[in-house]
Design a protein around this ligand. Structure first.
Ligand code: SAM
Length: 261
């Protein structure tokens, strides 16, 4: 079972998302648990203060270290009491980029995954110095808090846990399951505003459909994310499909892909 413990100042942001779709299904099936902790509950003062002005001046408030350190210690203690360990993650724009590989790694995690959501101007640096969390970024932009990143991590990992999705093959074909974007998908009706569906998808010919999808995945990747193909070993089939795309005039020659022996 995949278990997350989230530390946040805004616990109410989680329930609405966790109560729907695959995340709900994962929890209902006992494959996923998400426990949300309010950092404010770990304050020692009467006013439950969780933030303060930055030393040296400047805009905004900084999340205080002590309630976070107490919260992480409490979660660690609770885990250790049942023979478990924790893995601490801090979403921050300064972290390494979150990827499908990282999600896959989280999905197989046996330890409790603790996600610390920063807010305001961020978190007192001594939290990082003391706890040395893994730092993960969703991208080169700044959000108001770590709550949405935490939900992204939970969602991306949970759907990779066997049994959470209805059809396990969904995660095999899709974008990034290998470094390749997915092929285009169509559903009924067969025509919308004069635009039809590629004939091959209506043919019922499984091998022809497989090859078409592979070719379109290569086209999508080449056109939208050529960096994913850079330096990549291509199978003979992939090389042949890329050659076809080029001879159809839909691509210019890739310079950096190599064909497998
Ligand atoms: N002042 C901080 C900085 O420049 O690095 C940004 C603070 S941000 C307003 C508040 C919190 O949102 C961060 O502590 C982090 O937890 C979260 N956050 C914001 N953008 C993020 C991103 N791109 N990826 C992951 N977490 C992010």
């Amino acid at each position: 079972m995949l278990r997350f413990d989230v530390l946040t100042l805004f616990p109410g942001m989680f329930a609405p998302v966790l109560a729907h779709s695959m995340l709900k299904r994962g929890q209902d099936k006992g494959l996923l648990t998400v426990k949300v902790h309010n950092v404010r509950d770990f304050t020692a003062d009467r006013h439950k203060v969780v933030d303060d002005m930055p030393y040296g001046g400047g805009a905004g408030m900084v999340m205080k270290a002590e309630p976070i350190l107490l919260a992480v210690a409490a979660i660690r203690q609770e885990a250790q009491a049942v023979g478990e360990d924790i893995r601490l993650i801090f979403p921050t724009p300064q972290g390494r980029r979150f990827t499908q590989d990282y999600a896959q790694q989280l999905a197989g995690e046996r330890r409790r995954i603790v996600i610390l959501c920063g807010h305001y101007e961020g978190v007192d640096e001594r939290v990082r110095m003391t706890l040395v969390p893994e730092e993960v970024s969703l991208g080169d932009y700044v959000l108001t808090g770590g709550e949405l990143p935490a939900l992204v991590l939970i969602d991306a990992a949970a759907r990779l846990v066997p049994g959470v999705l209805g059809d396990p093959s969904s995660v095999v074909d899709e974008s990034f399951s290998e470094p390749l974007l997915e092929y285009p998908q169509y559903t009924r009706p067969a025509e919308i505003a004069g635009v039809g569906v590629p004939d091959v998808l209506l043919s019922g010919h499984h091998e022809a459909i497989r090859v078409w999808r592979r070719k379109e995945a290569l086209r999508n990747t080449y056109v939208r994310r050529p960096d994913l193909l850079t330096g990549r070993m291509l199978t003979r089939e992939d090389q042949q499909l890329l050659n076809e795309l080029m001879s159809e005039g839909l691509l210019t020659a890739p310079t950096s892909c190599r064909e497998e022996e």
